[in-house]
Design a protein around this ligand. Structure first.
Ligand code: MSP
Length: 522
């Protein structure tokens, strides 16, 4: 019997189609995609879900302001999401829209179950609501009368509503968090959540009657279900939970990682697990909260006019470069600053100088000294052992760091190998060896070691820069050898001798910073 493959189910937040996405949203999805691709590389059966969160008062109002129906409005914006993900090489398996029938049915079914179990009751709500955040607040949590999350004005709500007995589950959730130290990552976010729960969980208002753009409460149709309860359920509705064919649910639930920004960890680490507990479903294995991409001028917002459009950046610099920059520059888990200057400098330094030069020097020397042929390596000398040891160890390091969700550190570890290989070129000085016919075998060994190191680097770069491998395999002459592109092939020495490499155009051309950034940016 064939052994079942390990599975890995990862999700991004589903984005509000109230506006086009900016570089901060792209960051969330790029990080999730890199994890998805990494686990695929390792041979896992991966399911990667993204989508759009289309209901709620904010969307209804924005659509009206644009003189469109909510559905007309979101259809156009969701198309731009999908276009962006295509340009950024996002390898999602499914895209869920909360306006889809498959989703609505599951939300209603779960809501009904919570009601039948006595965890949802009707009462009168009086309190505050932040529409941009779609969040309820009690008076005591407001800061200067404003939303404690975004600082914007809140609205007074007085409605008859349904409430969810969150308070009943607080102790169970705390115990779960304590018993599963990896459940909320990084640790700083876990601590925030524990103190948030300890400060007292109130029952959550889970329905609204003052607008229509949502999923009706199945047993009381004047109410629509609170948009966060609707949205969170996407993680199981997309798997067909409770439907005639629930094979994806059976296979992939519970999720391995819900990757979200730090501002929405609370919804994922408190509300969602309690919904699942109340519905009798298993909890996700992990919630990872990443930091924010900030600008010098603070948080990106349309009103400040400082929104960075990822689509334009991809057109200008390419998807691999943007992905690399985001993962490398913003320390994963913490906040980081975005600037186009830093982006150009990373492209020129890390990609053009470090990796690009390593590739072109290796190919150039093989071409020049051996007409492109990779010779079989001879005896090891000098710095060979050190280079080979690092090449062998780097996959282990990257693996351990990815397991710990330390994406920036994983990319840095990989770049240590790039730097070591460049230093190896300087140390072994192949151009000097080439002058001495007696050192031809040594020259062949040095260039073999470089080509093999490049194969390791390329395999490991794939999850972060998915466009790169095909280009390098073509140059290395192993495009038709998929067996040499895999995780198990990260065994030193598998690169066959006798292959023919070729010179090609620079994979990462240097950017002229003055031209790229323009006068006003300098
Ligand atoms: N619709 C909800 C999520 C529901 S998930 C069941 C939502 N949408 S959002 O479009 O406002 O934000 C989606 C994600 O983008 C969040 O994880 C948020 O943290 C992330 N980001 C928004 N701006 C960001 C930055 N400037 N930097 C990094 N991430 C950012 O919330």
């Amino acid at each position: 019997m064939a052994l079942a493959k390990n599975k890995f189910y990862i999700t991004t937040p589903i984005y509000y189609p109230s506006d086009r996405l900016h570089i901060g949203h792209a960051y969330s999805t790029v990080a999730a995609d890199s994890l998805a691709r990494f686990y695929r590389l390792k041979g896992y059966d991966v399911w990667f879900l993204t989508g759009s969160d289309e209901h709620g008062q904010k969307i209804e109002r924005t659509a009206r302001a644009n003189e469109k129906t909510p559905l007309e409005y979101v259809d156009a914006i969701v198309a731009t999401f999908q276009q962006l993900w295509e340009k950024l090489d996002i390898s999602y398996n499914d895209f869920i829209r909360t306006t889809q029938e498959r989703h609505k049915q599951v939300v209603q079914r779960i809501f009904q179950r919570l009601y039948d179990n006595g965890d949802i009751y009707k009462a009168s709500y009086q309190g505050w609501y932040c529409t941009p955040c779609e969040t309820f607040w009690t008076e005591s949590r407001l800061v200067d009368g404003k939303c404690p999350d975004c600082g914007r004005p809140v609205e007074l709500l007085q409605e008859e509503s349904y409430f969810f007995r969150m308070s009943k589950y607080a102790d169970r959730l705390l115990q779960y968090i304590e018993e599963h130290p990896d459940f909320i990552q990084p640790v700083s976010r876990r601590n925030e959540m524990t103190s948030f729960i300890k400060s007292g969980l109130e029952d959550l208002c889970v329905s609204r009657t003052t607008f229509n753009w949502g999923i009706p409460v199945p047993f009381d149709e004047k109410h629509v279900i609170y948009v966060w309860v609707d949205a969170l359920t996407n993680y199981v509705s997309a798997l067909g939970y409770g439907s005639a064919d629930d094979s994806l649910y059976q296979k992939f639930w519970p999720a391995d990682v819900h990757l979200v920004g730090k501002d929405i960890v609370r919804f994922h680490a408190v509300i969602w697990p309690i919904i699942l507990m109340a519905a009798g479903l298993p909890l996700p294995r992990q919630i990872v909260g990443h930091g924010w991409v900030l600008l010098d001028s603070g948080k990106m917002s349309k009103s400040k006019g400082n929104v960075v459009d990822p689509l334009q950046l991809v057109e200008k610099y390419g998807s691999d470069a943007i992905r690399y920059y985001l993962l490398r520059e913003i320390p994963f888990g913490a906040d980081g600053l975005y600037s186009e200057e830093a982006l150009v400098s990373r492209i020129n330094q890390d990609l053009a100088n470090d990796l690009g030069n390593l590739i072109s020097r290796t190919m150039g020397m093989l071409d020049k000294y051996f007409a492109g042929e990779v010779l079989a390596p001879g005896a090891l000398e000098g710095p060979d052992e050190e280079l080979i040891a690092l090449a062998k160890d780097t996959p282990l390091q990257v693996d351990a760091l990815m397991e710990r969700r330390e994406l920036t550190a994983a990319v840095s570890a990989l770049w240590k190998l790039v730097s070591r290989a460049n230093k190896y070129v300087d140390e072994t000085a192949p151009w000097a060896l080439a002058k001495d016919p007696a050192r031809r075998e040594r020259l062949g060994t040095v260039l073999y070691n470089l080509a093999e190191t490049l194969r390791f680097i390329t395999i490991l770069c794939g999850p972060f820069m998915p466009g790169l491998p095909a280009k390098v395999w073509d140059l290395l002459g192993i495009a038709d050898r998929p067996d040499l592109h895999t995780w198990p092939s990260l065994t030193w020495g598998l690169l066959p001798s006798g292959i023919r490499v070729k010179r090609g155009p620079a994979i990462f051309p240097r950017i002229d910073a003055t031209a790229a950034l323009g006068v006003e940016n300098r």
